[in-house]
Design a protein around this ligand. Sequence first.
Ligand code: BEZ
Length: 191
Amino acid sequence: MSLNTIEINRLMNRFDSHDSVWLFGYGSLIFKADFPFIERRPASIAGWSRRFWQGSHDHRGTESAPGRVLTLVPEEGATCHGMAYLVTPEEFAHLDHREKNGYLRLATEMTFEDGGRLEGIVYIATADNAAYLGPASERDIARQIATAHGPSGPNSEYLLELARALRELGKHDEHVHAIEGHLEEFTRAAR
Ligand code: BEZ
């Protein structure tokens, strides 16, 4: 199932005249930056939580057996920690293509560790996109992630790499680390 968001994202031209733009990464961008960047820094955005609620039919799953990847959902009082990358606006064409299955560019304010704040971009898959799967228990999410596999590799690799990268940043994420715990349980039981 796919909704090609490339054309919609091209209309988001707010930063096109800038020499560089901050991009906030909360998922695979934390552990895999497959694009050139000028600088990167740990950062956070307020009012959002990471959730494994977006379906992946093109990277970590298939049309018949979608995987689960991250999106952000609004949550009052929440803070989502991640990694910010300073990139040239041209990089967004590549990212729009990579994340074409439902992710839209949104302008957001991000906070750096020194307390400084700047506006930049974050990719979000909202509930109205065709690949959206929505909430499920963390155990059921782990069960789906345990078996899904797509062109970019096993869905479990995405989860485990993310969980490890968040630990390296010193940031605990209840949702991500609970799913990691369930996945490890299933893996032990299958041995
Ligand atoms: C990220 O890692 O921030 C990201 C998540 C979904 C789409 C693009 C980027």
